[in-house]
Each structure stands twice: as C-alpha cells, then as structure tokens.
Design a protein around this ligand. Structure first.
Ligand SMILES: Nc1ccn([C@@H]2O[C@H](COP(=O)(O)OP(=O)(O)OP(=O)(O)O)[C@@H](O)[C@H]2O)c(=O)n1
Ligand SMILES: C[C@](O)(CO)[C@H](O)COP(=O)(O)O
Length: 231
C-alpha cells in the first residue's frame, strides 16, 4: 500500500541516492542493490514515510535510473525524483532545488542508511523545531584512533573523548541549508560541514546503531541479519 505523507507536516527529506557503491563491489548503483529482496532505497523511503512530520521526500537518483526509481517508489510513497550529481553534495543540491514551498525544516538522509528508525527522523526534526538551526545524529567513537603519516606509520593517538561518528538524517532550518549550499565551494562529505563554514552552530543528538551506513559487503550482511531478527 502506498504510504501517505503528512500534508500538515513541516519536514522535507532529501535522499541522496545517486552513489555507485564502489566499496560494496561490482553491481547496480548502491541504492538499487537488494536487501532482504528489496532495493535499499525502498527500505529507506518506507521508513522516512513512516515518520510523522514528513511532508515531502525528494530522491536524487543515478542519472540513468531516474525513470526506474520513479516506478520503483510510486507504490511506496509519493516522492519527487530528480537526477543526482557526480558528488554527494551535488546530489543534495539538486534535491534541495526541487523542494516545493511549505516545509520549513529540511533533513538530508543517505539512501545507504536503509534501516534508520523513523524515531531518529522525528528526534532530529524535533531538535530543529526546538530552535537549533542545524542538527546531526552522532555516536561515540568506540575504537582507539591513531593519526598516521603517508607511510602508515603512527604519528600519535587522538583523544577520542571529543570525537563523534556522524550519521544522517542531518536536519536544518530550510533557509540555513539553502544559504550553505549557495555558498558551497569544494565538495564536503556532509551538509553540516557546509553549515559549519557559515559559522552556524551544529547541535548533536544521539544517533542509532540501526542508522549504520551500508558501505561495504559486511554492512549489507549485517543489515540482512538485523532485518531477519526484526531490527
Ligand atoms: N554522487 C553521489 C554520491 C553519493 N550519493 C549518495 O550519498 C550517500 C552516502 O554515500 P555513500 O554511502 O558513501 O555511497 P557511495 O558514494 O555510493 O559509496 P562508494 O564511495 O562506495 O561508491 C549514499 O546514499 C549515496 O547514494 C549521491 O547521492 N550522489
Ligand atoms: C553524510 C555521511 O553519511 C555522514 O557520515 C557521510 O559523510 C557520507 O559518506 P561518504 O562516504 O563520505 O559519501
């Protein structure tokens, strides 16, 4: 059954989904690889559509797959699909440009984080609504972190107590994200980085183990197991 989005919601979610998935190994673009028999992107969009404040979803798809992605997602939720770019940042910019008037909060969420719970979407949006212009979900770093030189020789041990591993969805007051992308230079790895460059404080909320980014074959196997065990 096609999910209905919330016509009274205040959140638009941008879903960069145009990556190749090189680290996952040869195959279709990552968002279209199968997880428990369905493309990753289907899992992702289904969870986003289940989050109460979501009014709009815009997916940036691989250029050659725009039509296929429209057909794929039509039975899942009423999403807007646009062609993505060569870098994640360009894909986000393309999706941002397609957000219709209305939503005042914009979340950016990797298609690759296919098992992200709707509750995390809601908690990030709630933190923006509460007055933070930029919000990111984070987890503590669990490994010891070393800085190394070009020859893989350790230069030193980094104090991990002040480090966080950053997930998505990242949430922004819409005008803040639009201004950050308008001013963007070289591609950064996340949208909060663009906002930081504008001098806007970025607030952290607790992330979720289930929001893991499916990057390598092990991550896909882990996601399969999580789904099989009801995760
Ligand atoms: N040109 C790009 C590159 C990445 N992404 C998206 O950005 C998210 C985070 O990227 P990552 O998980 O690292 O995916 P890939 O870039 O596909 O991975 P790889 O580097 O292994 O190819 C993914 O949902 C991916 O589809 C995108 O929309 N457009
Ligand atoms: C945005 C992101 O998911 C935050 O952790 C991450 O930076 C995207 O991954 P990539 O490998 O840098 O594309």
């Amino acid at each position: 059954m096609t999910a209905q989005l919330n016509p009274c919601g205040d959140v638009a979610v941008l879903v960069p989904a145009a990556g190749a998935g090189v680290r996952l190994g040869p195959g279709r673009p990552k968002a279209l690889r199968l997880l428990a028999g369905e493309p990753l992107l289907v899992h992702t969009v289904r969870r986003l559509a289940a989050a109460d404040p979501v009014h709009t979803i815009v997916v940036a798809a691989p250029v050659a797959e725009v039509s296929a992605v429209r057909h794929l997602l039509a039975p899942i939720a009423p999403v807007i699909v646009v062609p993505g770019g060569a870098e994640r940042q360009a894909s986000v910019a393309a999706a941002l440009a397609a957000v219709p008037p209305g939503p005042d909060i914009v979340l950016v969420h990797d298609a690759a984080r296919a098992l992200t719970p709707p509750a995390l979407v809601e908690s990030v949006a709630a933190a923006v609504r509460a007055g933070h212009d930029a919000v990111i979900p984070v987890l503590p770093v669990v490994d010891t972190i070393k800085e190394v030189d070009a020859g893989e020789v350790v230069l030193g041990t980094v104090d991990r107590s002040a480090l966080r591993a950053v997930q998505t969805p990242q949430g922004f007051r819409r005008a803040v994200l639009v201004a950050a992308h308008a001013a963007a230079g070289d591609a950064l790895t996340d949208d909060a980085g663009l906002v930081e460059k504008q001098g806007v404080p970025v607030f952290c909320v607790p992330g979720s183990d289930h929001a893991l980014k499916i990057t390598r074959p092990f991550d896909l196997a882990l996601a399969e197991q999580l789904l099989a065990s009801g995760g």
